[in-house]
Design a protein around this ligand. Sequence first.
Ligand code: FES
Length: 125
Amino acid sequence: MPDSIREWQPLCSSSDLEEAGKAVLFDVMEFGQSVQAFAIRYDNVPVAYVNRCAHVPTAMDWQEGQFFDQDRRFIICSIHGALYHPPSGECVAGPCAGARLLAIELKEQGGQVFWRPTQRLQPLF
Ligand code: FES
């Protein structure tokens, strides 16, 4: 794979991600198909996942960009209530306990958040 494909991609401004707040949604290519991903901030660290529940492959937000449960401790799937640990993406309760969301590596630098493509997840061109 050419190195250019692995270059960090600008995602959003740091201030767009409030602690346990609304997600920033973005699209990536997975195996040639566009899929939605989301970034949130938890414990002051930005994390991102493909918006696809590990139980049934469907979007999880209960309103667009809203992924946190009422206590703002877990990512919750709006379909059957699976709870995911925000830093790891591991399902800690619900029908897919032990499974994981597909993570996207982020870095925060100079007030900006960037995501890192992989062989599987690529930028849209
Ligand atoms: S689809 Fe997410 S918990 Fe069932």
